[in-house]
Design a protein around this ligand. Sequence first.
Ligand code: IMP
Ligand code: ZN
Length: 339
Amino acid sequence: MLQFLKELPKVELHAHLNGSLGMDSLCELAERLYGSASEEFSQLCARFTRFDKDSDLDACFEKFAFVHELTSTEEGLRYATELVVREFARDNVQYVELRTTPKANKSYTRREYLQHVIDAIGEARKTYPDILVKLLPSINRAEPVAVAEETVSLALEFAQSHPDLILGIDLSGNPGKGTFSDFVPILSLAREKGLKLVLHCAEIENPAEIKEMLNFGMSRCGHGTFLTPEDIELLKSRNIPIECCLTSNVKSGTVHSLEEHHLKRLMEADAPKVICTDDSGVFDTTLTQEFLLAKQTFGLTRDQCVSLTLEAVQHSFATVEERQSMATKVKNYMDSLQK
Ligand code: IMP
Ligand code: ZN
């Protein structure tokens, strides 16, 4: 099954750029930036290794701050982006929608941040032509609304110049921070102007906010951990998939164990769902591994893994032709196994 899943041309719809750098990539990045013999390099590696013992949501956000230090320069950000594409390509992911929060610091503005990521994706695709990459700029709900407004404005501008790359807006960040309603006007504008919306929703227990988000609507729902059976029925009636990230939820402590993961309830309700990594680097996983865990925990068969992949194809923001081509790759793979 491992080999079957590894070779399956998979589709990743929920992956944060800075969370998707695995240990090897982080070391490679640190080595490139500081040199392997430097004090900075050994200190960075020691810090990252210590992180693995933490397992609550706040601890995870500290890990992001650590990765952000490595991507705080143009060189670091560009190389990190290429490494992330490499990680997904090596896992035989044929399509990935990467999300990332444009940042501003002394090395780059938010506009330059996006430009560097876009350029680096272009470079990476030359080396890894088999993977199709799309980009969803993220709003960090812990930051002021003014920053979200700048992010949406940049996303709209870059969507004009790169209509095949920038397809939507993600709302993420520490779910315990910020207030969803503050972002409704800017999210509404983004949607009116044609951007798709993916919202981290029901990641923690907050019934009032969950209702508000469901009323507002979204193209896909990130996590959906604390959705009620009625909420799930509502999403099902609107064909809105829930992006399930097993390892992420368990390691960040929002779900107690794999056995208790809501993927089971979603399968029983026959609700739309996709399997994703969220932050494959920070949570030390791969899309192959997430499918394998779903198989080991809930008895997913090969056919169900293929159906979930085709479900992800349909719920991606790719064009009709791109989706057809993705589905064909899956079909060809399955046909090749019959021979
Ligand atoms: P970045 O946007 O490329 O810097 O990716 C890391 C960022 O994504 C984090 O700092 C968070 O803002 C966001 N993020 C990653 N995983 C999660 C999650 O599980 N919940 C909410 N936000 C997340
Ligand atoms: Zn996420």
